[in-house]
Design a protein around this ligand. Structure first.
Ligand code: PLP
Length: 368
């Protein structure tokens, strides 16, 4: 069996066995809470990564690209996952990094290089402009003039959201539940809760949640002014793609545009086509973003968070990371204590992985 088939079978097998674990320490007479352990999916493409990447990879194969290229910071889990997936699928990979040539490589970037990724460090000030420019061009690989397939930072885009929309499928196919009874799984989850970085995962969850389920996002960055529109733009883009199957060449449709162009396209479509917009709005699903839990911004942490993560580990044996899931579980803990959820709520929290992020902490900070 070749490497690619083995990798795919592996992912497929794991996909059907994602545990849902009851969180005893969160449960009250009014509220029960469980976690979908996507962190157990794969050691490297852990959490939401595989879901966000899979349709991009499929499209790159269809377009016969030879190289996958994307963007990220020096601690980007996305670049590591992309480098690994590219290697498994026989693509070259290029990572454009928001850092300077003279800075030492982080363990994250070293790992990406180990999986064969070519790094291009393009600095911080011009990063956004260079990214916008590259994403809008058809560029060919310098060495062999073969085609490069571009993926936006963090996998942002309609194809990423389309993949994330399959996350909840694992609940329906899941028979191997861990510490949760068949009776509990039949009780519908009333709330789906997840971390928000680019918003791609949440857009997928919003698309696939049932109408009676409330989707709540916990942004881990200070992005109150922009993230809601970016998620709405993804939903709009997915809606338009689903309703406009005449154009399958998605390099020219909205699925591969970068973030700022989503914003532009959403405002221009609003002004140009009122019918389309009202059509989209009538299908728009509600979601809630709770902005009080980012602890100061991306990758910022506090002693209280570290204490919470250690206590949560001791109580539930669920490891969390400082950037994403540590903030989400801490938020839910506080929300339950503040009686945010109505009686009979049954919460499903998505554990989206990211545990590699803890490598930047001094040894001994965490008990796991
Ligand atoms: C572990 C983890 N959780 C959550 C997120 C947030 O996902 P998104 O960027 O799709 O909002 C990310 C970023 O990709 C992540 O690495």
């Amino acid at each position: 069996m070749n490497k690619i088939r083995r990798f795919l079978l592996n992912i497929k097998r794991l996909n059907q066995n994602i545990p849902i674990q009851n969180i005893k320490s969160f449960s009250t007479p009014q509220v029960s809470a469980s976690v979908l352990r996507l962190d157990t999916l794969h050691t490297i493409i852990s959490g939401n990564k595989w879901y966000k990447l899979k349709f991009y990879i499929q499209e790159a194969q269809q377009q016969e690209a030879s190289t996958l290229a994307s963007f990220g910071g020096p601690y980007s889990n996305h670049l590591v996952a992309l480098a690994f997936a590219a290697k498994q699928y026989g693509f070259k990979s290029i990572g454009y990094v928001r850092s300077n040539e003279n800075e030492p490589l982080t363990p994250t970037l070293e790992e990406a290089v180990r999986y064969g990724m070519e790094l291009k460090r393009i600095g911080r000030t011009q990063f956004q402009n260079i990214k916008e420019e590259l994403m809008h061009q058809n560029i060919f690989h310098q060495d062999d003039h073969s085609k490069i397939y571009w993926i936006d930072e963090g996998g942002y885009g309609a194809l990423g959201a389309k993949g994330a929309a399959t996350i909840l499928d694992s609940i329906h196919s899941n028979e191997n539940t861990n510490s949760i009874t068949p009776e509990m799984i039949r009780i519908p989850f009333t709330h789906i809760i997840a971390a928000v970085g680019t918003g791609t995962m949440l857009a997928g969850l919003i698309q696939s949640a049932a109408s009676y389920q409330q989707v709540i996002g916990i942004p881990v960055l200070r992005n109150e002014g922009t993230i809601e529109n970016e998620i709405k733009a993804l939903l709009e883009s997915s809606y338009n793609n689903n309703n406009n199957n005449t154009n399958n060449s998605s390099r020219s449709n909205s699925s591969s545009r970068s973030r700022s162009s989503y914003r532009n396209s959403s405002s221009s479509s609003n002004s140009n086509n009122d019918d389309d917009e009202s059509n989209y709005n009538s299908h728009q699903k509600q979601f809630t973003l709770l902005h009080d839990f980012h602890l100061g911004g991306y990758a910022k942490t506090t002693p209280a968070q570290i204490k919470f993560m250690n206590q949560f580990w001791e109580a539930e044996k669920i490891p969390t990371d400082i950037v994403y899931t540590g903030k989400v579980f801490m938020a839910v803990d506080q929300l339950i204590k503040n009686n945010y959820f109505p009686a009979n709520s049954n919460l499903l929290i998505v554990h989206s992985g990211g545990l590699q992020g803890n490598r930047s902490l001094p040894l001994g900070t965490l008990n796991f």
